[in-house]
Design a binder for this molecule. Structure first.
Ligand SMILES: NC(=O)C1=CN([C@@H]2O[C@H](COP(=O)(O)OP(=O)(O)OC[C@H]3O[C@@H](n4cnc5c(N)ncnc54)[C@H](O)[C@@H]3O)[C@@H](O)[C@H]2O)C=CC1
Ligand SMILES: O=C(O)CCC(=O)C(=O)O
Length: 555
């Protein structure tokens, strides 16, 4: 019933890139985690290693492709020691139910400094001058440079690194023009940056242009041949973000014909650039092998943070800096966990009472304390429960996406005012055959109860084996069922009844909590009883059984 088997007692974390020793020490110090370091794996070896890993920590050297991630049932989390997650196929990770987290700020300053170092080197011809001296020359005239103060730089992408670059350029007495669709004009003013509304407004005005955006469909080829032609002749370009934001072929041509006076690239479409890359042998081109984050300080910071987010995830369920699901702190996770359990069980219950009728959508209503929690997580848990029997390996990370792919809509409403209970979650499922409603509550810190089943209010357990039958509320039926269960040795642990009108003779429902599953013959006898209008057995996780999959609490 549970969608993902719980892993062995000691979680295993695989490290496949060069991680600062500080990160490894932190993981070891966390205790209770097996750390396995393996580098230089082939794609096939990586796939194999992932089969026995609960988590993986990577830098940019490891490619987590759909082929690597597909069908991984033990893997729960990826921690990227760095910012860019373009080496991870996020849809494939989500589909595989794997949460992906990064360490967004540890390498900001180092990468900004690398962009500045390259800008200085370009303007003073540092690399070719050093090379010529190595060749025994003393060529002062040839390497005359240009001063930065008073020049105009365009910064495309003003997130963490772009802003760090902009601030430093202002300090260098440069005029800074920026473009970022998500930067407020107030923030730009604070930074001393003139904000423009699109890249084309910036391009003709700048002496230097540096890009600091992620690589997306929108930013791929953002600085292309046409935009290079629109720039001042001799402009200098810098890319310390991702290869391809500045079109490599167009740049090679523009460097050769002098449209672009110099360029510095730390990142490439293919790393390392292949032998036939148009970049090889280009004049005035300074290339570094993706060194932006390669400082002792940055590597220590990102390794420490990656180790911390991985060990916290494995030990407390904290989800920090997740890029494919909502983040949740360890304390929030502790608070929301009983609700995840409740949501999951309501989902399982609904899927089993609706049978195979086509599901269209669900409305989740959170009331009282439940409305104050991260309800999107509870919605994910509900979807995981709803789909658990139908979809292999569905969990909190992928359930909402799996539901969406199947055209199942999940709507949420919240009301912090309590109804009859101080906290409740109700789910109304619409199927081709009609509508079903279930609701649950929490007593104390995690005692789950079913309080509504369609039109009936009751108070039943939400675990183990439930025998649910609809009937007319007439005398003798409880005795009949009790005898039947007794005859075949099935123990009734608890029983709850609900009536649609609070008077005898009407429609009723009974939920019996059983210690064993009734036989087919007994089920048939109940179904054949003239006062019974429907009967079903539902199997829920046992009481106190931890939530499955990615958020299972470590022992
Ligand atoms: N060379 C290296 O070693 C390193 C490279 N990086 C790269 O630098 C990039 C930026 O990193 P952060 O500043 O930390 O990320 P960030 O997420 O803080 O900033 C990215 C900014 O780009 C903006 N943006 C997105 N699309 C845009 C578009 N079409 N036009 C203009 N702006 C756009 C966003 O609004 C955001 O403000 C990362 O995506 C990563 O790939 C990061 C660290 C090290
Ligand atoms: O050194 C690395 O791991 C690459 C850093 C990087 O590109 C990033 O954090 O996005």
């Amino acid at each position: 019933m549970f969608p993902r088997a719980r892993s062995a007692a000691v979680p295993r974390v695989l490290i496949t890139d060069n991680l600062s020793p500080a990160g490894l020490e932190k993981l070891e110090a966390a205790g209770g985690i097996e750390v396995v370091v393996k580098s230089g794996l082939t794609p096939e070896q990586l796939r194999e290693e992932l089969k026995s890993a609960d988590g993986i920590i990577i830098r940019s050297g490891t490619k987590l492709t759909p082929a690597a991630l597909e069908g991984q049932t033990r893997l729960k989390a990826v921690a990227r020691a760095g910012v860019g997650v373009d080496n991870i196929d996020l849809p494939a990770a989500t589909k595989a139910g794997v949460v992906v987290m990064n360490t967004p700020s540890g390498n900001t300053v180092s990468t900004a400094e690398q962009a500045l170092a390259l800008m200085f080197a370009l303007s003073r011809n540092t690399a070719p001058a050093a090379q010529s001296m190595n060749e025994g020359k003393w060529d002062r005239k040839k390497y005359t440079g240009t001063q930065l103060a008073g020049k105009t730089i365009g910064v495309v992408g003003l997130g963490r690194i772009g802003q760090a670059v902009a601030r430093r350029c202002v300090a260098l007495e440069m005029d800074v023009i920026g473009y970022d669709p998500f930067l407020s004009s107030d923030r730009a003013k604070e930074l001393g940056v003139e904000l423009v509304r699109d890249v084309d407004q910036l391009v003709p005005r700048v002496d230097y242009l540096t890009v600091h955006t992620p690589l997306t469909d929108e930013t791929r080829g953002l600085i292309n041949a046409e935009r290079m032609k629109a720039m001042k002749k001799g402009v200098r370009l810098i890319n310390c973000a991702r290869g391809g934001i500045i079109d490599e072929a167009a740049l090679a041509a523009a460097l050769r014909d002098g449209t672009v006076g110099g360029a510095a690239l730390d990142v490439f479409v293919e790393e390392p650039p292949p032998a036939d890359s148009p970049l090889h042998g280009c004049p005035n081109l300074l290339m570094t092998p993706h060194l932006g984050a390669s400082t002792e300080e940055a590597q220590e910071l990102v390794a420490l943070e990656a180790a911390e987010i991985m060990s916290n995830f494995l030990k407390t369920g904290e989800i920090r800096h997740a890029v494919n699901m909502v983040p949740v702190s360890g304390s929030e996770m502790a608070e929301v966990r009983p609700y995840l359990d409740l949501g999951y069980r309501l989902g399982v219950l609904l899927s089993q009472i609706t049978g195979s009728a086509g599901v269209n959508g669900v409305k989740l209503a959170f009331r009282g304390d439940a409305a104050k929690k991260k309800t999107s997580l509870v919605a994910g848990a509900f979807a995981a429960g709803l789909l658990a029997d139908a979809v292999e390996d569905v969990n909190l990370v992928n359930a909402a996406a799996v539901a969406r792919d199947r055209g199942i809509t999940i709507e949420e409403t919240k009301s912090e005012s309590a109804g009859d209970f101080s906290t409740s979650v109700s789910a109304t499922l619409t199927t081709d055959a009609g509508e079903h409603v279930v609701a649950g509550t929490l007593f104390g810190s995690g005692y789950l109860r079913l309080i509504r089943l369609d039109g009936f209010h009751l108070d039943a357990f939400l675990d183990g084996i439930l025998l649910i039958y609809r009937h007319r509320d007439v005398p003798g039926l409880i005795g009949f069922i009790g005898n039947l269960m007794g005859e075949e040795g099935t123990n009734i642990a608890d029983m709850s009844l609900g009536r649609s009108q609070d008077e005898p003779g009407g429609d009723s429902v009974a939920v019996l909590h059983l210690d064993q599953c009734p036989s087919d013959a007994a089920m048939q006898q109940i179904a054949d009883h003239p006062e019974v209008t429907g009967v079903r057995v539902v199997r829920l996780p046992g009481r106190g059984e931890a939530l499955p999959g990615v958020l299972a609490k470590a022992d």
